[in-house]
Ligand binder design. Structure first.
Ligand SMILES: Nc1ncnc2c1ncn2[C@@H]1O[C@H](COP(=O)(O)OP(=O)(O)OP(=O)(O)O)[C@@H](O)[C@H]1O
Length: 362
């Protein structure tokens, strides 16, 4: 890291197993995690304004990582200036951020993850989009196109007289990209379902059964099928055409992936409405851990697991189970203010880094 957040420079060599960043509050632990996340996702998990990551006394920031995925080493770099960011892979500048993504995968579990369960549908759509963006760059292409056409269609719907021929052209494009997005989301949730319910059962000691359901906006149609892109495209197109009058009255597009959601159930009861805080937290954790398995399946290697100050939210047994289950398979980086959760671990099973005022010592 160079001039990233409170780091003037920072250089860390992470171990394969569990790496622990320990330090008091506001020393730079999360900042270091954020830098790793940035290299995988091309953006911060904390801010939409990249320039906030530039050290307050500097004019640009850089993050560089030497990453090995499936035994192939490569160097990823992101340079951030107040006017934008530039990403490169092995020294070659990438013209589009979507070309940069997919080289390195991370899974982050942070206290805000409770929002995955409790938050608005937009939070869950963002979660799906981030995951699929990491593993299926083509998905991001369709999503970007979909959002672009959606915006154009909505602009047209807001005009005093609507040009329906134009809307017809947009409908075709929306249906085509919307079908790709929907089908990929459907397949993703089908995969996540299997992993998350097994993991959840393990964490909850087999007492509760978790089920995840995709709720595509198109589901209101009784005859829709999620089998092929072609059939879904024509179903979308039909639906867009039948909703035209409603869209005209509300002045925006009322059906499509921008209205999708996903739902969680424990023993057939909605987690969003009925579960306790502890149950909701366990569901959020199970989903994050399921992501690890999903990425492994899709990419052929494990992602790096980033745990930001979340151990203190789990009881002792769960903390230890989590660390031990990750330690020999998944490279993990944990931030913490206390070593108490690690006392059960054997010497040599983790690498400790002390973080103090933007300086990391190992
Ligand atoms: N752009 C920036 N330039 C300089 N310092 C920054 C910048 N952005 C954040 N900081 C500083 O970084 C510090 C916060 O670091 P960080 O969020 O990593 O804390 P932490 O060690 O994870 O603490 P906690 O345990 O409270 O989560 C704050 O002191 C903040 O002022």
């Amino acid at each position: 890291m160079e001039n990233f957040r409170n780091y003037e420079t920072g250089d860390i060599a992470l171990e394969d197993g569990v790496n622990v960043f320990i330090g008091e509050n506001a020393q730079g632990k999360t900042n270091a995690l954020e830098a790793i996340y940035f290299l995988a996702m091309g953006k911060s998990h904390r801010t939409a304004k990249d320039s906030e990551c530039i050290r307050s006394t500097a004019s640009r920031a850089s993050i560089r990582g030497e990453i090995t995925v499936k035994e192939h080493p490569h160097t990823l770099q992101i340079d951030i200036t107040p006017n934008g960011k530039r990403a490169s892979v092995n020294g070659v500048s990438q013209s589009k951020m979507t070309d940069f993504l997919g080289h390195f995968q991370v899974v982050l579990f942070a206290p805000e993850d409770l929002q995955l369960v409790k938050g608005s549908p937009g939070v869950r759509r963002r979660f799906i989009d981030m995951e699929l963006g990491q593993t299926h760059p083509k998905y991001l292409y369709h999503l970007t196109q979909y959002n672009r056409v959606l915006q154009q269609r909505n602009t047209l719907l807001k005009q005093a007289t609507v040009d329906w021929d134009y809307i017809g052209v947009f409908d075709e494009q929306l249906a085509e990209h919307g079908a790709e997005v929907t089908l990929r989301r459907h397949r993703f949730i089908e995969e996540m379902k299997k992993y998350a319910s097994d993991i959840h059962e393990h964490i909850a000691h087999g007492r509760e059964t978790l089920c995840i359901a995709y709720q595509p906006s198109i589901r209101t149609e009784s005859d829709f099928t999620l089998e092929t892109v072609t059939s879904l495209t024509s179903q979308y197109l039909r639906l867009l055409q039948t909703k035209r009058q409603q869209d005209f009255q509300t002045r925006h597009t009322t059906v499509g992936p921008h209205r999708d959601d996903m739902a969680f159930f424990i023993d057939d009861q909605s987690v969003q409405s009925f579960a306790s805080q502890g149950q909701q937290r366990t569901v959020a954790l199970a989903i994050r851990l399921a992501e690890i398995e999903f990425i492994h399946q899709e990419v052929g290697d494990y992602p790096v697991l980033l745990l930001d100050d979340v151990l203190s939210e789990l009881d002792d047994q769960r903390q230890t189970n989590l660390i031990i289950s990750m330690h020999d398979r998944v490279q993990t980086v944990i931030t913490t203010t206390s070593l108490a959760p690690f006392h059960g671990m054997l010497e040599g099973q983790m690498r400790l880094f002390h973080v103090h005022s933007g300086i990391i010592t190992g």
